[in-house]
Design a protein around this ligand. Sequence first.
Ligand SMILES: [Zn+2]
Ligand SMILES: [Zn+2]
Length: 345
Amino acid sequence: MTPELPADHRELMIALSGIVNDYPSVDPEEALAALADEAAEALGRHGTPQGRRERTGYTILLYATCWYASARVYGKSLLTSYTEALDGILATLGPDPCTCPADGGGHPAHLDSEYGVEAGASMLTEAGRAAFAEDRGLAGEAMAVFDCEAFLAELAGRAADRVREAYRRNFGGIDVSHLDARFVRDDGGVDVVALQEAIRRTWENNTGPVALWSARRWLSGQVRDDERIGLFLCLWMGVAQTYAGLPPSYTRDLAAALATVDQDVTCEHPRHPWSTATANTRSRYLAVVHLYAPEDHPDTPVPAELSSRELWECPVQYAELARTALKDVQDWRVMRGGDEEDWEG
Ligand SMILES: [Zn+2]
Ligand SMILES: [Zn+2]
């Protein structure tokens, strides 16, 4: 009889393959949280033959999926579940060095991929292992290396480091104070043109830090009247042009700054200047740098009849900008999942 992977593990393998290929067929946050819970639960069987198989399988599965849990989902409880499961696994692994025979071909590689998902799901049971060994043409020592404690400790340690780093990045404090040197002029004013140049250098992934710096400056109250609209537009562009979304470590202050804008306002203006500048990132850039350095940047998409300072400063335009940026932040939350309370200011 041909050995077969048990049906529930086949299902697990398919779900996790979709996730590591960045094309999930199930809710990734839910599936990965369930995986971490199962891994932690299997630790209760530590010391039994089944517990030993499962430790290998879950270590490989957590390792194979940890990049997704770290980079694609902004979930504090998911990362905590991963850390707990991985620390639990590490606690069962001895400090013994690897004793794998050299002719075993070394430790398995490419486990951070679909192959890792297949190997991990297969290692969970005897039947799965037999099917995997047959499919892959592996026998004896080539299979035994998967259970090497030094190998598993290395995988679990690397995954735990990655998850802890993601936790700090996504939920910790982000320090952007070093940007003062770039965005504050000698006279203490905000250099709006320098902020715009930074947003433009998209290859430096600047939009998030610029948005956060702008939000904190806004919240600090150190904003001169003539800087207000420029700084606010830098915040707005930093949000609108961060298509992949920013984690809660950023959005707390972004949302707080946007929430300071009064939404209960009206005006008689048929149009506001920014509505003529939003076609693309270049026209937004031109509109703002023209507003602050018209001699250096004579071109602007904003027509002369809409370029009065009074129109730029209209509270209704601020309200519209704040509303759309808050909507973007809300959309990130839907896209990235995570725990509701972490996104609130
Ligand atoms: Zn080894
Ligand atoms: Zn108005």
